[in-house]
Write a protein that binds this ligand. Structure first.
Ligand code: GLU
Length: 306
């Protein structure tokens, strides 16, 4: 093989919704972006249901999401992966980290962490390291955490550019298995993307601050990290990230064919011709794959209509 010009790896992208409700405009934006960026290089696009957080899973939501995506003309490669059926894989990864001496039992309750955290972190209080060197006598193990390094974690985002984070001060030793026994998103997402050969992760900018934790786990597990592209978030009029609470894509919306896809494309700075709004969804997606340009995507999260 030519060392100077190695054959580029075909892109493997994915969409990984949490089935906590039906698809909404914000998740459609992510689906469109990740689909176009995978398909325009002839790459694969995988589908994964992030249904590990069982208390939040809504029965029927996974099928509803798949139905909606199909109605909008999306096609995925391979079988849909359900995280809830892959817990043995997360256990195996945890075991490898355990062998490396990186994880520890933590006996702290949420309340205790809040009371002793040095300062508020990226997502709630920073773990102060209480159980890092062993559980105090009489403490019951609750969550499993991984020790984070002193060095900053850096990666290059396809839209936001160079990102770095000092895990110790931003989050502290973070949870890989929760006190209720459920595997944490941070671990599952890394194991799944790595084991499925995903080399391009395109998702919402709300996960930008999680990515350094994931890049760190890739390094611990000896896997190359994928390319990351974080897309701007569609905000509701109240300035919050659009969620299922702000309304989902109703079956009626889908009858307008490509209209919702065109809205998502415009939100991502693309310029579908006006006539395309009335075209069948499949035609909009074909146009989008051929014309999607990451350079046009604004990084600023903003209201959906604007
Ligand atoms: N399941 C997450 C969500 O629905 C996305 C996780 C990811 O893409 O890494 O927001």
């Amino acid at each position: 093989m030519d060392r100077q010009h190695p054959t580029p790896q075909p892109t493997v992208g994915r969409f990984a919704p949490s089935p906590t409700g039906a698809l909404h405009f914000g998740s459609l934006v992510t689906a469109v972006g990740s689909y176009c960026l995978a398909r325009q290089t002839g790459g694969k696009w995988l589908m994964r249901m992030e249904d590990l957080d069982t208390p939040r899973v809504v029965p029927g939501a996974a099928d509803e999401i798949l139905w909606t995506l199909e109605a909008l003309g999306f096609e995925w490669d391979e079988e849909v992966l359900y995280q809830s059926r892959r817990t043995d894989r997360y256990e195996a990864a945890l075991e490898r980290l355990r062998e490396q001496g990186r994880i520890f039992d933590c006996g702290c309750t949420r309340k205790e962490i809040l009371a002793s955290a040095p300062h508020p972190g990226e997502e709630g209080p920073v773990y102060p390291g209480t159980c890092r060197h062993g559980l105090a006598a009489g403490r019951r193990p609750r969550a499993l955490r991984v020790r984070v390094p002193e060095e900053k974690v850096c990666f290059a985002d396809g839209l936001f550019g160079a990102v770095e984070q000092h895990l110790v001060s931003a989050v502290g030793d973070f949870v890989l298995r929760r006190a209720d026994g459920l595997f944490a998103y941070q671990l599952a997402v890394v194991v799944d993307d790595a084991e499925c050969g995903v080399n391009q992760v395109v998702r919402g900018a709300d996960l930008l601050s999680s990515t350094p934790r994931q890049v760190f786990l890739y390094a611990c597990l000896g896997w190359p990290p994928p390319r990351f592209v974080h897309l701007p978030l569609a905000l509701a009029p109240d300035g919050e990230k659009i969620s299922k609470r702000h309304g989902t894509l109703a079956r009626g919306d889908l009858q307008e064919g490509g209209g919702s896809l065109c809205r998502a494309l415009r939100f991502l700075g693309q310029q579908p011709p006006a006539g395309l709004d009335l075209a069948p969804a499949r035609d909009v997606l074909s146009w989008a794959i051929a014309h999607f340009d990451l350079k046009r995507v604004p990084s600023r999260s903003r209201p959906a209509e604007g």
